[in-house]
Design a protein around this ligand. Structure first.
Ligand SMILES: *Cc1c(COP(=O)(O)O)cnc(C)c1O
Length: 379
């Protein structure tokens, strides 16, 4: 019998206690019990995002919140910088084009991080640029963009900084207010350890101001409407009650473990996995700013990375991810964020070794496991 293991960068495993919490009988989304719950969700989100800004909750996958950060901030024809260092960066351009805005594409070679000076130069060159859209962690390449430094650049301009932290928030520290991030977006199914279905957006004062001038069409994802209702602990529409209950349980779990400890544990899993990659004689796809949330590995010469992914899925029911678009067949990606233990990481390493050996790659079997065990043993 095969036990399914989710070790891809989303969706990640959900703690069994959280699944059980969500199995409670449904309550009505307009009941006083639920309003009280909504209040606790808002407070918990502010704590997690490290912000005093309102953090809106949407019933959608993460892309819904990305979509809302375009439709609620911009007007037709508006220019905005899209940092494109991977598949998710490209999504900004697609969104802007869908809404009839004008993307100013800042292409970054996949595997590298954006240089804040490049953004600064573009903003200086064209003061009409309304926003900068970027990923905290570009999940398709494993690269963490320098968000704190980017915020220093946008702070001195009229542009609003929108950070997609769907895979980063909860994996490592993204202190919204301390760094001065105008909009931070996240979703439930990555480091937040929940099933897919919730998206979040924290909205700061500079973004609220731009929102007032936005004339793009919006309805379901209207920030103004949700700010009004969520401000009094109600969703404008029917809330996904079980996911809210799950989210409150996750907040309890984070409180018990400590957010800093979660960041530390994630970093150790990442360090152990990266040590295994080195022991195999393989290279990371991320040439700089390799994030702790996940690792993207270049497959050996002559081996299709999709075959590694397929081997794990078919033989062991272990789900890791392959590459997307231009990286397809070249890389495989393994998550360290969320409810993944060091033994899950060792399982992934062990399974990848078996796949690599089965696919004909020559290396010392067990070298990656040993390298990772050493890191875990010393942590
Ligand atoms: C997962 C992810 C998203 C959201 O994708 P959905 O499928 O809509 O949840 C957005 N940005 C990044 C960087 C992601 O990793």
């Amino acid at each position: 019998m095969k036990k399914v293991s989710l070790l891809a960068p989303g969706p990640t495993p959900v703690p069994p206690r959280t699944m059980l919490a969500m199995a409670q009988p449904l309550i009505h989304h307009r009941s006083s019990d639920f309003l009280e719950m909504f209040g606790r969700v808002r407070a918990g989100l502010k704590k997690l995002f490290k912000t005093d800004n309102e953090v809106l909750t949407f019933c959608s996958s993460g892309t819904g919140a990305m979509d809302s950060s375009v439709s609620n901030l911009l007007s037709p024809g508006d220019k905005a910088i899209c940092v494109r260092g991977g598949k998710f960066g490209e999504r900004w351009t697609e969104l802007l084009e869908a809404y009839g805005c004008t993307p100013v594409n800042l292409d970054v070679e996949w595997g590298y991080a954006v240089k804040p000076e490049q953004v600064e130069a573009l903003l200086k060159d064209d003061p009409s640029i309304k926003a900068v859209y970027v990923q905290a962690l570009e999940t398709s390449t494993g690269v963490a963009h320098p968000i704190q430094e980017l915020a220093q650049v946008t702070k001195d301009s009229d542009a609003v900084l929108v950070v997609d932290a769907v895979s980063a928030l909860g994996a490592y520290d993204i202190p919204t207010d301390e760094w001065g991030l105008d909009v931070v977006i996240s979703g439930s199914q990555k480091a937040m350890m929940l099933p897919p279905g919730l998206a979040f957006a924290s909205i700061g004062p500079k973004a609220l101001k731009l929102m007032e001038s936005s004339t793009l069409p919006k309805f379901y994802f209207s920030w103004a409407k949700e700010l009004k209702t969520q401000g009094i602990n109600k969703g404008a529409f029917t809330s996904p009650v079980p996911l809210f209950i799950g989210l409150l349980d996750i907040f309890d779990l984070i409180e018990e473990i400590g957010l800093d400890n979660i960041f530390k544990e994630t970093a150790v899993k990442s360090q152990a996995f990266k040590a295994a990659v080195a022991a195999w004689g393989l290279e990371l796809f991320s040439k700089e700013n390799a994030s702790t949330g996940l690792t993207a590995v270049l497959a050996p010469e002559g081996i299709d990375a999709q075959d590694v992914v397929g081997w794990l899925k078919e033989k062991y029911a272990i789900f890791i991810a392959g590459g997307q678009a231009q990286a397809k067949g070249k890389i495989f990606r393994v998550a360290h964020m969320g409810f993944i233990s060091e033994f899950d990481t060792l399982k992934a390493i062990s399974a990848i070794e078996m796949a690599l050996a089965g696919l004909g790659y020559k290396f010392e079997m067990g070298a990656g496991v040993a390298a990772a065990q050493k890191i875990f043993g010393e942590a």
